[in-house]
Design a protein around this ligand. Sequence first.
Ligand code: 5GP
Length: 233
Amino acid sequence: MSSPVHKPVVYIISAPSGSGKSTLVNELLKKVSDLEFSISYTTRAPRGSETNGRQYYFVSRPEFEKMIRDREFLEHAEVFGNYYGTARRFLHDAEQNGRDLLLDIDVQGAAQIQHKLPDATSIFILPPDRRTLEERLRKRSEDREDVIQRRLITASREIENYDRYNYILVNDQLEDSIKALRAIVRGERLLRAGQPLSSEEAKTVALAERCRLANVRDRLKSILDSFKPPGDS
Ligand code: 5GP
């Protein structure tokens, strides 16, 4: 009987849509070894160049509901009127393959995973302010105006959950954000290994520490304020 020797580090990444999360996640996966992306199941239609089995597994509502009944999901949630879910088998496969696992999920899914896997490392990506988020959503031009407005309202709500996450990454300059995200992932591995750190490794951990929730509170205030309706302080 084979027993898994590897306990994967599970990284949860959440962000309001338009925060640049997909770009960051793709860059991270290119740069960090032994990190598996959990491809979610969704009932939404593919966008642009998305293909089945790469960004998502695209399934019908009845198929998704059957998977819920068969308890195939580690977590699932309804986001923007569509189902999204993380299949349990990705965690199992990561254990067997000695790899860590990256989940790109919304705040509801993150809460479910944090409950089931309290050791998971959670990262919340924020835009520098509301105006930048709105510009990014428009530039993407994949969505209709009413969808953009809905996403902005959802973003304001999601952002209120920032303090449930271990790390906060403000995605202002892409290159800096990639470095910081990579440092968070590597830093967690180093801290969990519990070995003495080389000076290079200590720098990585220090860079990650700058994104710890407790260390970004000052910067957060102006971002959160930019999402408040005018006159609401
Ligand atoms: P999009 O449709 O823009 O790709 O994703 C919409 C939202 O669904 C994003 O916040 C994304 O993180 C979230 N999402 C993607 N996959 C999952 C999943 O498996 N579970 C949950 N709870 N949310 C997901």
